[in-house]
Write a protein that binds this ligand. Structure first.
Ligand code: AQP
Length: 327
């Protein structure tokens, strides 16, 4: 079975972008791949964060993964800092990664703009740690949103550099995109993002979700109700594609381009579909919150299994590097 690795940062509320761009796809993939999914807390500390909230955020992120259908029977689910080999391999990869390559990463440039007061080495090194996350398990596939494709390209380059300089022991992993790899925020401009606050949270109450949808930006050229709209440039239509069936998509496309339906009608239809899909996720999350022993147990077992794989890879890596081993 081909192996998959992917991760999610405990940086705040998990949103529709994370859900349709990544997590829902992870749940589908569990039956066909050997899956490893990780709450990547070492990535999350590259920006300022409330220290007192990190433990809670990490557990909340794990709860969402389980509520969205990941199961410990089919996937290894764990917290990145529980397997220290991730950072060890990242250090080694630093020695084969050209600085110019990490400097040109779009996410680094965006985050450096957003966090001017703390442009730290970790922020720049983020994709190298991500390459270590993936290659520690020799994963062949990485299911991510579109924003991460550039990082997966870099991961392949790190693997190539290592394999060429030393011995070829790492695969060159490929990204797996979901059918909704890029969801914009309610501003209709930037990627839906936890840190930008332009998101609709998976666990948010219906009235909050509706209020955010109601006021979300659509096709900016459709000023009046009687103006025909263009679904192709409308973020609400993009989200519809992730939650609605073909018949509804056709109905909306026709209605929007002929001004037969207005944006509010279209949003109401979307709201109903989002509600139908996310209500069971919210219920499951509430159940899990009352059963934290189970959640902690899943993470512990996941980390135990991953530590074994990580340990074996690091033995191989150290031997490949020619390091003097301890007795
Ligand atoms: N808007 C999005 N559309 C589609 N996919 C998305 N992903 C994130 N935003 C969207 C995918 O979700 C997975 C987990 O992302 P992450 O939490 O590790 O980091 P991120 O990409 O940086 O997500 P955020 O919400 O924007 O977090 P912050 O604000 O903390 O940086 C990834 O596979 C990602 O592609």
């Amino acid at each position: 079975m081909k192996r998959i690795f992917s991760g999610i940062q405990p940086t705040g509320e998990i949103h529709l972008g994370n859900y349709v761009g990544a997590i829902r796809n992870w749940a589908y993939l569990q039956d066909d791949y050997d899956c490893i999914f990780c709450v990547v807390d070492y990535h999350a500390i590259t920006i300022e964060y409330p220290v007192e909230e990190m433990k809670r955020r990490t557990l909340d992120t794990a709860i969402i993964l389980l509520a969205c259908g990941l199961t410990p029977e089919r996937s290894k689910i764990f917290v990145q800092s529980h397997v220290p080999e991730h950072t060890e391999l990242a250090w080694i990869f630093n020695t084969v990664t050209p600085i110019g390559e990490v400097e040109r990463m779009t996410q680094f440039k965006d985050k450096a703009r957003q966090h001017r007061a703390n442009i730290n080495m970790g922020l720049m090194d983020y994709p190298v740690l991500q390459a270590a996350d993936i290659l520690l398990y020799k994963a062949g596939y990485v299911p991510v949103g579109e924003d991460q494709v550039q990082h997966i390209e870099l991961c392949r380059e790190v693997a190539r550099k290592f394999n060429t300089r030393f011995t070829p022991i790492f695969p060159e992993p490929e990204e797996l995109l979901s059918m909704a790899p890029r969801i914009l925020g309610v501003d209709g401009q930037s990627k839906m993002s936890k840190s930008l606050g332009n998101y609709i949270g998976v666990l948010e109450e219906d009235d909050v979700v509706w209020e955010k949808l109601r006021t979300a930006v659509t096709d900016v050229n459709r000023v009046r109700r009687k103006d025909p709209g263009n679904p192709e440039v409308c973020n609400i239509y993009t989200i519809h594609r992730a939650f609605s069936d073909n018949a509804m998509l056709i109905e909306i496309d026709r209605g929007c381009t002929s001004a037969g339906i207005g944006c509010i009608d279209c949003k109401k239809m979307l709201f109903e579909n989002v509600k139908r899909e996310l209500t069971p996720v919210r219920e499951k999350a509430r159940e899990l919150e009352k059963n934290m022993d189970y959640v902690v147990d899943v993470l512990e077992k996941g980390a135990d299994a991953c530590r074994e794989i990580a340990h074996a890879t690091m033995e191989e890596v150290r031997a490949t590097l020619g390091l003097y081993p301890p007795r």
